[in-house]
Design a protein around this ligand. Structure first.
Ligand SMILES: Cc1cc2nc3c(=O)[nH]c(=O)nc-3n(C[C@H](O)[C@H](O)[C@H](O)COP(=O)(O)OP(=O)(O)OC[C@H]3O[C@@H](n4cnc5c(N)ncnc54)[C@H](O)[C@@H]3O)c2cc1C
Length: 599
């Protein structure tokens, strides 16, 4: 077990499942200071002046245009926010940079270029590089003079990334590694100056910093992609590529730590960008729904269109709430400066602690964006299917987010798997929690324990019960399948979906409670939280029943289903009325941000 220092309960990864959090401890978008909002405003102006007017030319990859705009982003500090000041960066925390992630994804492909550069392109060096490596490369990456890329995938190894075949051999004089192999699907490859490349040394995965001008390094032609056409995706070809030994990143055989811990942060960044895209879709959809009339009235006045607008707003609100909550948690652990010393190379605990939350964010936010983009197209009707409106491009651009940074299937499998691995290492008291909850539930006599109180009190007690439910179902599943539970992917995915909804619903609730405490009222947020929870109950029930029915049968199953019913006791709210209120206000104010700002 790693020798880790104790953290406050709300800063322990995965602990949201076992404890309740005081609303005052969560960070929300409403907590941003004017200084923190400044970078987002800079990014917004940049997008409107330099990027969006060039949209067509960027989509057609006009020679030299993207690198020019990219450098401008660098001059404005938009590429260096997470890089420490001693290496030419702005040294900002995560909460200060979310707004930038949101802005750049207003054009999906440009968001991928910047995100891949700042995240997986720069962070391996930032977190795992030696002082000399950082001095040499970080300032160039921070300023945008150079572009970064991350090359893990190959033709035969995508999800199963560690089965990669690229080889690196030390030359007899010990001065270089010679790399041979082909990397596939590498974002930014067409423009990148520095690649973090993963190759095997004597069969062990190892990371290297590879300049594009090193002998033997070349790139393939641009892939013809469904979307994100503004971005570059190519193969990186290594033919006896000579890489100086000084460019070994970390240690031989420790590349997997680098690859996977960087992906944690990448998943968080992807989610933040996706929520930016979803917020943009909401604006576009609302505007169109108000402008377009059919049957003599704006389509925004129809219930089914209101339902779509409200659902987009509800889910995006929950997604935004988890992004800010998690960003501040990562920042707080980062501030402790604690390293995972039991690993070589050591790396900041903040990269590892919230791996579960980062996967949740990746899955949930990519799906929120996909649905928002799809419904925006639907609201545009036939026009949405043409290139005349931005909806078609948004659908194409959003789709990639469910595939890269670990497919959503792989991330769904990872979420319960990680909890179990941490439990086995004595780092997370999962087994104790399952045992306690199971005993309590089996001993409990049926009673009407629906919470009374204000409108959010039942949500709080339902959430507490949803946590018990996922622990209970996990216990039943583990009892049946033991160590082989991972092979029962459908059950694992059901657990995962329940956990995802819990984190989202709780984050939305805590944000609403905190805001209401501060402002005295937050009725729009209350509606959004109620709408999310009202729908989540059905999903929890469906997933729990599906998992239990795949595990148990007969009387045992009946008893277990009784527990599900008891835990999810919830008088359905009038979801239609709530959604109509949400949609009406959204149409009055035009954006999710304005909606949640209203009391
Ligand atoms: C536009 C684009 C940009 C990319 N950028 C980068 C980059 O910058 N750097 C980089 O290294 N890579 C990059 N990738 C690669 C990306 O990470 C991989 O495509 C992704 O990891 C999936 O791998 P794969 O395509 O080989 O699919 P596969 O792994 O073959 O998966 C195919 C399907 O099977 C499912 N599947 C696979 N294994 C399992 C399992 N055990 N259980 C259940 N289902 C499973 C997957 O979820 C998927 O649905 C990029 C890809 C694209 C398309």
């Amino acid at each position: 077990m790693p020798d880790l220092k104790p953290l406050p309960p709300h800063l322990i990864g995965g602990n949201f499942l076992l404890t309740e959090t005081d609303p005052s401890l969560v960070f929300t978008p409403e907590d941003l200071t004017s200084d923190q909002r400044l970078m987002a405003q800079t990014a917004e102006k940049f997008m409107e002046k330099d990027v969006l007017p060039n949209l067509e030319a960027l989509e057609h990859q006009e020679e030299g245009l993207l690198p020019k705009i990219f450098r401008k982003a660098g001059e404005l500090g938009l590429l260096s926010m997470g890089v420490p000041t001693e290496y030419g960066g702005l040294g900002l925390d995560k909460t200060s940079t979310i707004g930038v992630e949101e802005q750049v994804t207003r054009l999906g492909g440009f968001g991928v270029t910047c995100g891949a550069h700042r995240g997986i392109g720069t962070m391996p060096l930032h977190y795992f590089g030696t002082e000399a490596q950082k001095q040499k490369y970080l300032p160039k990456l921070a300023s945008g003079e150079w572009m970064g890329a991350y090359a893990l995938s190959e033709t035969g190894s995508g999800s199963d990334a560690l089965s990669l075949r690229t080889k690196a051999e030390l030359t007899p004089d010990g001065k270089h590694y010679v790399l041979n192999g082909t990397k596939m699907w590498i974002s930014n490859a067409g423009w990148a100056d520095l690649f973090t490349i993963f190759a095997k040394v004597d069969g062990k995965v190892t990371a290297f910093l590879v300049e594009k001008t090193f002998p033997g390094v070349s790139t393939g032609k641009e892939e013809h992609k469904l979307g994100i056409k503004t971005s570059s995706t190519r193969r990186v070809i290594l033919e006896d590529a000579k890489v100086p030994v000084e460019n070994l990143l970390g240690e031989v055989g420790k590349g997997a730590y680098i690859a996977f811990n960087i992906l944690n942060i990448g998943r968080y960044g992807l989610g933040a960008g996706a929520i930016g895209g979803a917020k943009e879709s909401i604006k576009v959809a609302t505007r169109y729904a108000l402008e377009r009339s059919q049957f003599g009235r704006p389509i925004a006045s129809f219930g089914l269109i209101q339902h779509k607008l409200a659902e987009m707003a509800t889910r995006t609100f929950a997604g935004e709430s988890v992004i800010y909550r998690t960003a501040a948690m990562i920042d707080a652990v980062q501030e402790t400066g604690e390293m995972m010393d039991s690993t070589t190379p050591p790396f900041p605990r903040s990269l590892d602690e919230f791996a579960l939350e980062c996967s949740i964010i990746k899955v949930a936010c990519s799906e929120i964006l996909d649905d928002a983009a799809d419904e925006t197209l639907q609201i545009h009707g036939g026009y949405g299917y043409t290139e005349e409106f931005p909806a078609a491009r948004a659908v194409r651009d959003s789709r990639i987010n469910r595939i890269f940074e670990g497919t959503n299937e792989i991330n769904r499998l990872f979420i319960p798997g990680l909890l179990m691995r941490r439990a086995q290492r004595g780092r997370f008291p999962l087994v104790e929690a399952i045992t306690k909850v199971t005993k309590e539930l089996l001993d409990m006599s049926p009673s009407d324990d629906t919470a009374e109180g204000d409108d959010l009190a039942p949500v709080q007690s339902l959430l507490a019960n949803a946590k018990k439910l996922v622990l209970f179902v996990s216990g039943v599943a583990y009892q049946k399948h033991g160590e082989k539970l991972g092979d029962e992917q459908e059950i694992v995915a059901s657990l995962s979906d329940m956990i995802i909804d819990i984190y989202l619903a709780e984050s939305a609730l805590l944000r609403t409670l905190k805001t209401r405490n501060v402002r005295g009222s937050a009725s729009a947020m209350v509606d959004l939280t109620l709408a999310f929870t009202n729908d989540a109950v059905g999903r929890w029930e469906q997933q729990a029943r599906r998992a239990l029915a795949a595990i148990s049968q007969g009387d045992e199953l009946k008893t277990q289903l009784g527990i599900v019913r008891r835990l999810l006791r919830w008088t359905p709210l009038n979801g239609v009325a709530i959604e109509r209120r949400i949609a009406k206000r959204l149409c009055e104010v035009g954006s999710l941000s304005a909606l949640v700002a209203s009391k």
